[in-house]
Design a protein around this ligand. Structure first.
Ligand SMILES: *[C@@H]1O[C@H](CO)[C@@H](O)[C@H](O)[C@H]1NC(C)=O
Ligand SMILES: *[C@@H]1O[C@H](CO)[C@@H](O)[C@H](O)[C@H]1NC(C)=O
Ligand SMILES: *[C@@H]1O[C@H](CO)[C@@H](O)[C@H](O)[C@H]1NC(C)=O
Length: 540
């Protein structure tokens, strides 16, 4: 469990986690669960199926469940005569847009069975543990009544109207577009979309005439899922969306399930960064929308991860950061590292900026004011970042992107490390007792992969409020790893109720000063190397 295990590399850490159980993080809100209890916690899901679910609502958090859509095979089924220029004809507009760029395909994943999708075909890749994703190339039309995408035969199909489709009219795929197909609880809340070829009578009788014609492919996704927790919003929402369709350069129409104005409002900049078109509200819009192709569902690589070896264009999480930066700050000046005015001042006149994530309710820093003073005495300009204020995410972006260091206790708000400047800024995560590895894997490893300096401050027993609740030497505070092991199938109960929800921290100022001092001296070194022209930092 020791944090040092990660030194063997990411793979080790991830395997370790997988060996211990699947992490599932969730915010559950009353609209998702019958219960009126509103939780906003990161949830840990062991795969021990004997473990009682934390609150009735979270059943199904455990191991992957077989479902009608859990086939592991994948196949491209061609429904009509192949047309040249193939390679996913659905991306045709993007191809033209590219002007001499390499041929655009709908599926950007390396080695995917769907990457050489011929025109007029449906292909689903169900090989991944986390998510299924389907592609349709050809004349795709929505059928609101059955929440389906129908693939119509090419207009001049040899053999006469609809004849080509007749042979293969039974092709039908069903998919719930979300990244946690192993998580039965949430997956069953995701609307199931049917993809099928139009039946001959549909294709010939003038059904599904287009009410709205789009010249870019549809990208069917959900605004639902664990949508009230910032970690999930990015980990299971925007990052996978970007992974799956960034190569189309906004020439894709988001067709959203569970569309809601709050989602559209809170994440408006990111949504327009993904797509140049208005979002189609797939559940409420009864019109027939026609597209030259479709992507349904998203890829998923890892916690807040972009695995560049799986993408045709080698994009990395730094590119995702840049995408966010472009979405929020059109005038970002790359050469000055974010274009914040103070960043351009010569080092002597500028103190590095440090943001402290101020949590409420649980995993609170009890001596936060003293910690803020400490940081100031070390030499930082300190900003206490209040959370859950209802401020738009653009305001959070504006703050965090100006920080040289972000400090906070483990929690979903740390997802905003994605806004920090790669190669320049730092993340310092305070890991409460019992969740050191969880903290490292969810935020530490992804932050380091984005080129941030990462510091983890593991609190000691004496810094945890649990030391007031348990007698001295109690296993829960003295040896959390053993305490967890001893719980067996009930490990999750302990993690959730005690370590995640039942703990505040009070930082040892002497020890935490060392962490802050390291961040500060690294910042100074960086400034000096910039001044001396030896700036070896990755260009943003
Ligand atoms: C990235 O993907 C490749 C190919 O699937 C895989 O072999 C590799 O382990 C992945 N890298 C990471 C860091 O997960
Ligand atoms: C991606 O990386 C591979 C291997 O390093 C390289 O062969 C390929 O040309 C790169 N592709 C792009 C689009 O940069
Ligand atoms: C943690 O601090 C918050 C805010 O002061 C308080 O409401 C909560 O009861 C504390 N929790 C524990 C376990 O001490």
């Amino acid at each position: 469990m020791a944090a040092s295990k990660v030194s063997g590399g990411l793979k080790v850490a991830m395997d370790d986690v997988k060996a211990k159980g699947r992490w599932a993080l969730a915010a559950q809100f009353s609209f998702l669960v019958v219960s009126a209890v509103t939780l906003c916690v990161l949830l840990y899901a062991p795969r021990f199926s004997s473990a009682p679910a934390p609150y009735g609502a979270t059943v199904g958090f455990f191991a992957p469940k077989p479902s009608s859509t859990s086939r592991t095979s994948s196949a491209a089924v061609q429904l009509g005569p192949p047309e040249h220029g193939g390679g996913g004809g659905g991306g045709g507009d993007a191809e033209r847009e590219g002007g001499g760029a390499p041929e655009q395909v709908l599926d950007n994943q390396m080695g995917s069975p769907c990457s050489s999708l011929p025109n007029h075909a449906i292909c689903c890749d169900r090989t991944d543990y986390h998510s299924d994703v389907c592609f349709m190339a050809g004349d795709v039309r929505t059928d609101a009544a059955s929440l389906s995408l129908l693939l119509f035969p090419p207009l001049a199909a040899p053999g006469g109207g609809g004849g080509a489709a007749a042979d293969t009219a039974t092709v039908e795929e069903r998919i719930r577009p979300y990244t946690r197909k192993w998580d039965g609880y949430i997956t069953k809340t995701i609307h199931e979309v049917t993809l099928r070829s139009a039946r001959p009578e549909e294709a010939t009788a003038g059904h599904h005439r287009c009410d709205v014609r789009h010249d870019a492919p549809a990208f069917v996704m959900t605004a639902g899922g664990y949508s009230h927790n910032l970690f999930h919003v990015f980990n299971d929402g925007f990052l996978p969306l970007w992974l799956t369709a960034q190569h189309l350069r906004r020439r894709v129409v988001l067709a959203a399930l569970a569309y809601n104005p709050r989602w559209a409002g809170t994440y408006g900049e990111i949504i327009s960064g993904l797509s140049a078109y208005p979002v189609v509200d797939l559940l409420r819009d009864r019109r027939t929308h026609c597209f030259p192709g479709a992507i349904v569902g998203t890829r998923y690589h890892d916690y807040l991860a972009v695995n560049s070896t799986r993408l045709r264009d080698n994009k990395t999480v730094v590119d995702f950061h840049r995408f966010l930066a472009d979405a929020y700050d059109e005038h970002q000046d790359d050469s000055s590292g974010g274009g914040k005015p103070e960043a351009t001042l010569p080092p002597p006149q500028r103190r590095p900026r440090l943001g402290i994530v101020s949590r409420k309710g649980r995993r609170v820093i009890e001596n936060q004011a003293a910690v803020a003073e400490l940081a100031a005495s070390v030499g930082f300009d300190v900003d206490v970042m209040e959370t859950a204020t209802g401020a738009p995410l653009s305001a959070t972006y504006a703050s965090v992107s100006s920080y040289d260091a972000l400090v906070g206790v483990h929690g979903a708000d740390l997802t905003t490390f994605l806004f920090l400047r790669p190669g320049r800024a730092a993340l310092a995560q305070v890991a409460p007792l019992g969740i050191s590895l969880l903290s490292r894997n969810l935020f530490g490893v992804p932050a380091a992969r984005m080129g941030l300096r990462y510091e983890q401050y593991d609190v000691s027993a004496g810094e945890s409020s649990l030391s007031r609740r348990y007698p001295a030497g109690h296993v829960v505070v003295a040896d959390p790893a053993r305490a967890r092991r001893e719980q067996g199938g009930k490990e999750w109960d302990l993690v959730e109720h005690v370590y995640l929800r039942g703990q505040n921290v009070s930082l040892d100022l002497g020890r935490f000063r060392e962490t802050l001092a390291r961040l500060h001296s690294r910042w100074k070194e960086q400034q000096q190397s910039q001044v001396s022209g030896a700036d070896a930092l990755p260009q943003q």
